[in-house]
Design a protein around this ligand. Structure first.
Ligand code: ATP
Ligand code: MG
Length: 459
């Protein structure tokens, strides 16, 4: 049967090899090798891979211990059981420290052999399961929170996957509400630091001196109000990830200190002498164009390069064609669960309105909008009437618009304003013109230019 587990028997004595082979071949596929060297060749070439290796300790040429070390390195899934002469239990114990699964003393008791082999196979199976589950968990907590299938987002996922396991600093850029913090979390969860802390600092929220002591900590008496020693975020993040949000806003004196931590992995607390080592990975985020800050002399170029080893750009939502319906459905499901509502879907017309809106607040605005719609909805399905007024009356986004995030043209803004006011006034042009502070004649002219030919108010 092809599915029988594979056992490799390594011994320089023919009698032992034959004996073990006879004992095992009923239930297992047995390979034999008369030296450590040929055992390695068998391990390298066996398909399916060897499940268990039984090896003698003392052999001419390469010994059993060395074979064990090589096997652990090259074929970590193979469980190694050592065969030792009676009385050399100490060597066997040493071998187990190096990764052997267990040992058997010679002469070999066949019942004992059976039991041990069965147990090794079982534990190998469990280990494989654990590995599979762990990687599923990583997926779940790492990227599962980020929805998107657009080309832009797929590229973001690729970079996250590649960068996460490394120690490289990451700079995440994108307008507000595009998911920068979400991405920072995912990188942490998918890194080897996942078990360590994830510490976030919002750099714009604090004055410069507060930020300094927040980041680096301070000694007692360092400044008025420093009544006790305090550990900073750099210390708290030791062994984990430090997330510096709104990095563009830190002032130059702190930029210098930050650069030093990134370069030398050490710093002093404010008012302190002692140099503290820290093992952290830094992820920074900004909704500004940091390169421009560098060009304007507001941000140190050397620090920019240090932070920008891996560069992730999250485009505005309106540029991620196809992601809006996915996000709507996701948020709809989440909001229904949270609010105990039963809404089964979204009408095509409503989806069209959501899909063509500009979303200046990006995913955050979309999420809040869906939440609002769910809370206020009457029916079982969200339709046009559930879409907030401001979205219904806004002008549709221009397909394939310029790719940088910049405001719409003045004419677009004017048109949007006029259409919104007109909508609010129920189509009454007299009232709309009044509210807009223009004459009715001007309003008519503009509407005609937009191609709006609706009924005129009666005089
Ligand atoms: N791709 C996405 N999939 C699912 N949820 C998302 C996605 N992007 C953003 N969100 C949600 O949108 C909200 C805003 O995301 P986040 O806080 O990460 O944005 P940000 O870029 O850090 O914004 P800011 O610059 O304002 O801090 C959060 O509720 C987040 O869960
Ligand atoms: Mg944020």
């Amino acid at each position: 049967m092809a599915d029988k587990p594979v056992i490799l028997v390594v011994d320089d004595e023919k009698n032992t090899r034959d004996g073990l082979q006879r004992a095992l071949q009923r239930h297992y596929q047995v390979l034999v090798a008369e030296s450590a060297e040929s055992a390695l060749a068998a391990l390298d070439s066996s398909k399916p891979p060897v499940d268990i290796m039984l090896t003698d300790m003392k052999m001419p040429g390469m010994g059993g211990l060395e074979l064990l070390r090589e096997t652990v390195k090259r074929h970590p899934q193979t469980a190694c059981i050592l065969l030792t002469a009676y009385g050399s239990v100490e060597t066997a114990v040493a071998a187990m420290r190096q990764g052997a699964y267990d040992f058997l003393t010679k002469p070999i008791n066949l019942d004992h052999l059976d039991m041990l082999v069965a147990r090794a196979l079982k534990s190998r199976e469990l280990e494989n399961k654990v590995v599979a589950l762990e990687s599923q968990l990583d997926e779940k907590f790492g990227m599962e929170n980020i929805t998107g299938e657009s080309a832009a987002m797929r590229q973001v996922f690729d970079i996250i996957r590649q960068a996460a396991p490394t120690q490289a600093s990451v700079l995440i850029q994108g307008p507000s509400g595009t998911g920068k913090e979400l991405v920072a979390h995912a990188i942490h969860r998918l890194s080897q630091r996942a078990q360590g802390p994830f510490v976030a600092v919002h750099c714009a929220a604090l004055s410069s001196s507060l930020l300094e002591s927040e980041l680096f900590g301070h000694e007692k008496g360092a400044f008025t109000g420093a009544v006790a020693q305090r550990r900073g975020r750099f210390e708290m993040a030791n062994g984990g990830t430090l997330f510096l949000d709104e990095i563009s806003e830190i002032d130059t004196s702190i930029q210098v200190k930050l650069l030093r931590v990134l370069e030398e992995r050490c710093f002093e607390r404010v008012g302190g002498e002692q140099t503290i080592q820290t093992d952290i990975r830094v992820i920074a985020a900004t909704n500004r164009n940091l390169r421009e800050y560098v060009d304007q002399g507001k941000f140190r170029e050397d620090l920019f390069f240090r932070l920008n080893v891996v560069d992730i750009v999250l485009p505005p939502l309106k540029e991620r064609t196809g992601d809006i319906p996915l996000l709507v459905h996701r948020f709809l499901k989440e909001c229904c669960e949270r609010n105990g509502k039963q809404i089964t879907g979204v009408s095509p017309a409503a989806m069209e309105l959501l899909d063509s809106y500009e979303w200046p607040g990006n995913v955050r605005e979309l999420r809040n909008t869906v939440e609002k719609m769910v809370v206020l909805a009457h029916g079982e399905r969200l339709d046009e009437n559930d879409v907030p007024q401001n979205i219904r009356s806004s002008i549709p986004k221009v397909e394939n618009s310029r790719s940088e995030w910049e405001p719409a043209s003045l004419a677009d803004a004017e048109r949007a304003k006029i259409m919104a006011v007109l909508e609010r006034n129920g189509g009454n042009r007299t009232h709309a013109a009044e509210e807009l502070g223009i004459s009715r004649r001007t309003l008519h002219r503009k509407l005609r230019a937009y191609g709006v030919t609706g009924k005129e108010d009666e005089e």
